[in-house]
Design a protein around this ligand. Structure first.
Ligand code: PLP
Length: 433
């Protein structure tokens, strides 16, 4: 039984290169993070070998006594991480990732072609919330369900609750989906609940991006107002790549919602759960109850505010004029450049972020903005001071992009890259193994 270096040097070499890339670069993708060594140990363990279709105590395979113990522990920790009472909320920790978790909810509470409303993708929503273009139903969600997206108020960059209310009253959706992939503000859950109740729909919150911030009570609590809450586990929560679905144990609905969701995950959409992921998730959820985790999430938000302030000081226009959470969305259109070019130039200097559409964009292929997130570099030990420097680097990259567009010399780019890739450039590697 050989280790990877002996058994497969090719794959080992690729992993080593990726590790170096992660180590070297400023990771600013808002949906990424560095999980802990302990989580990675669980993910890389013998748990991957075991089949355990079903739920704890009700499996379709033998030999599951320890897997039952693990999944039960993971469920308990998931409820504890969000301070939920097991009599009022249940959780399924088996979804393979965020999109499958969302689709499981849809198949649990909807019939094919029932109506849904989620935030439009060009306004910050996620594909799995029902994205479609005028020409094409892009996401499976929009193929199997009838989707009417809601949007931001383009003048403020804030969710247009009034328009959502009007549209919901006309469209009469069966499910309203809150949550986003690129929205720098928190959600008004009481208002969303009121809109949802008026049309007799379910309210689901997809807190994938912000679940770490919610666990640390840095943002509003969706559980007080929603029927269902889904999340990925690998973004601000800092766990392994996976998904969870929380469902309300409603006195009126009884166990109907619980059974529908559990059955939608298995046997509806999945087979055997990824027990190695559930092991890693249990480790991450234990950490989510620690004072260090709360301090980390507070730092994520402070860092993002420092980044936002510095960018605004430098004259940048931010969608919604700032940020309440872990990300900022910069509108580059006033400068006459697009996000794709800036992403590329910054990538050359090992600054990793992503191009993103901003409200009012004409094309999603050449979007007018960039999305910048603070969770990953906060894990690496960055504080406000470093995030001010990050804003300055991004600014340099944008200036170089502007110059490159005017075909002025590329020597500035070389200088810039020399600074950010120099060995003494302090990346504070705290977590990477
Ligand atoms: N929901 C939201 C809000 C997301 O931002 C994402 C991914 O970025 C997902 C769901 C999908 O997660 P996954 O990529 O794990 O399917």
């Amino acid at each position: 039984d050989y280790g990877l270096r002996e058994a497969d040097p090719d794959v080992r070499a690729i992993i080593d290169k990726e590790k170096q890339r992660q180590f070297r670069s400023l990771e600013l993708i808002a949906s990424e993070n560095f999980t802990s060594r302990a989580v990675m140990e669980a993910v890389g363990s013998c748990l991957t070998n075991k089949y355990s279709e079903g739920l704890p105590g009700k499996r379709y395979y033998g030999g599951n006594e320890y897997i039952d113990e693990l999944e039960t522990l993971c469920q308990e920790r998931a409820l504890a991480a969000f301070s939920l009472d097991g009599k009022q909320w249940g959780v399924n920790v088996q979804p393979l990732s965020g999109s499958p978790a969302n689709f499981a909810v849809y198949t649990a509470v909807l019939k094919p072609h029932d109506r849904i409303m989620g935030l439009d993708l060009p306004h910050g929503g996620h594909l799995s919330h029902g994205f479609m273009t005028p020409k094409r139903r892009v996401s499976g969600t929009s193929i199997y369900f009838e989707s009417m997206p809601y949007r931001l108020d383009e003048s403020t960059g804030i969710l247009d609750y009034e328009m959502l209310e009007k549209t919901a009253n006309l469209f009469r959706p069966k499910l309203i989906i809150a949550g986003a992939s690129a929205y720098p503000r928190d959600f008004d859950y009481p208002r969303l609940r009121k809109i949802t109740d008026a049309v007799g729909a379910f309210l689901m919150m997809d807190m994938a991006h912000i679940s770490g911030l919610v666990a640390a009570s840095v943002l509003a609590n969706p559980f007080e107002h929603c029927d269902i809450v889904t999340t990925t586990t690998h973004k601000s929560l800092r766990g392994p790549r996976g998904g969870m679905i929380f469902f309300k144990k409603d006195p009126v609905l009884g166990t109907a919602l619980e059974s529908a969701i559990n059955n939608a995950v298995f046997p509806g959409l999945q087979g055997g759960p990824h027990n190695h992921t559930i092991g890693g998730l249990a480790v991450c959820l234990k950490h989510a109850k620690s004072p260090e985790f709360k301090a980390y999430q507070n730092q994520v938000v402070s860092n993002c505010r420092a980044l936002a302030s510095r960018l605004m000081e430098l004259g940048y226009k931010l969608v919604s004029g700032g940020s309440d959470n872990h990300l900022v969305l910069v509108d580059l259109r006033p400068l006459g450049i697009d996000g794709a070019r800036v992403e590329k130039i910054l990538d050359m200097a090992s600054i990793t972020l992503n191009k993103n559409s901003v409200p009012g964009d004409k094309s999603a292929i050449v979007p007018g903005g960039i999305r910048i997130g603070s969770p990953a570099m906060t894990t690496r030990g960055f504080t406000e001071k470093e995030f001010v420097a990050v804003a300055d680097f991004i600014n340099e990259g944008v200036q170089i992009t502007l110059e490159a567009k005017k075909s002025v010399s590329s020597s500035k780019l070389q200088d810039f890259m020399k600074v950010v890739t120099a060995p003494d450039f302090d990346l504070k590697d705290k977590v990477l193994d």
